[in-house]
Design a protein around this ligand. Structure first.
Ligand code: 5GP
Length: 190
C-alpha cells in the first residue's frame, strides 16, 4: 500500500565515499555526534584493526559467512575493496529509514554506484582531499601502511577521484569544521 511505501521512506539515506585519507571516517564520527544520525555497520571479511570493535565499526565475518549472506540476499550492495569483501546489510537500512532516521553509509564508489543503479533515493556525497600531495602526506603520516601499500591506495584514490562526477555533491575536506558544516547543511541537520 502507498502509505507503507511512504512510511518506508521517512528517513534519509546519506552515502559518503571518497579516497582513503580524504577524512571520511573522521567526518562520519563527527556527524554521528548528532542523535538523529545512525551509522550503517557494514559486514566485512577484513580483519579488525587495533581499536576496532566488532558490531560497532564493522561486523567482522569470514568469507564463508559473507558468501552465505550474499546467497540469502542480505546485502543491498557489496563489493571487493583492497582484496576484502564489504557489504551493506539491507535490513538495518530499511528499519532505520522506516523509523525516520538519517542513515549514514560510508562505502566505496562501487557500492555507491550499485545503490544509484538500484534507484535508491538518497544524498550521495563525495569527500575529496584538497589535492593529491595532501592525500599522500596524510597516508604516509598515518604511519600504518608500508610504502607499497600507500602507493596502491594512492593509485586507487586517483581512480576513485574520477568517479566524483557521479555524486550529488563533492565536499573538499581542507578544513574539517568547514567540511562538516557543509555536509550537515546538505543533510538538513542545521
Ligand atoms: P576500511 O577497510 O579502510 O575500513 O575501508 C576500505 C574501503 O571500504 C573504504 O573505501 C570504505 O568506504 C569501504 N567500505 C566500507 N564498508 C563498505 C560497504 O559496506 N560497502 C562498500 N561497497 N564499501 C565499503
Amino acid at each position: 500500500m502507498a502509505t507503507g511505501e511512504i512510511l518506508a521512506r521517512k528517513g534519509q539515506m546519506v552515502v559518503m565515499s571518497g579516497p582513503s585519507g580524504a577524512g571520511k571516517s573522521t567526518l562520519c564520527r563527527r556527524l554521528l555526534e548528532d542523535p538523529r544520525v545512525h551509522f550503517s555497520i557494514s559486514a566485512t571479511t577484513r580483519k579488525p584493526r587495533t581499536g576496532e570493535v566488532d558490531g560497532r565499526d564493522y561486523h567482522f565475518i569470514t568469507p564463508e559467512q559473507f558468501r552465505q549472506l550474499i546467497r540469502e540476499g542480505a546485502f543491498i550492495e557489496h563489493a571487493e575493496v583492497h582484496g576484502n569483501l564489504y557489504g551493506t546489510l539491507r535490513k538495518p537500512m530499511e528499519d532505520a529509514l522506516a523509523r525516520g532516521e538519517v542513515f549514514l553509509l560510508e562505502i566505496d564508489v562501487q557500492g555507491a554506484n550499485q545503490l544509484k543503479l538500484l534507484g535508491e533515493p538518497g544524498l550521495y556525497i563525495f569527500v575529496s582531499p584538497p589535492d593529491f600531495e595532501t592525500l599522500r602526506r596524510r597516508l604516509v603520516g598515518r604511519g600504518t601502511d608500508a610504502p607499497e601499500v600507500v602507493e596502491r591506495r594512492l593509485k586507487k584514490a586517483e581512480d576513485e577521484y574520477r568517479e566524483r562526477v557521479k555524486y550529488d555533491h563533492v565536499v573538499i575536506n581542507e578544513d574539517l569544521d568547514r567540511a562538516l558544516r557543509q555536509i550537515r547543511s546538505l543533510i538538513g541537520l542545521e
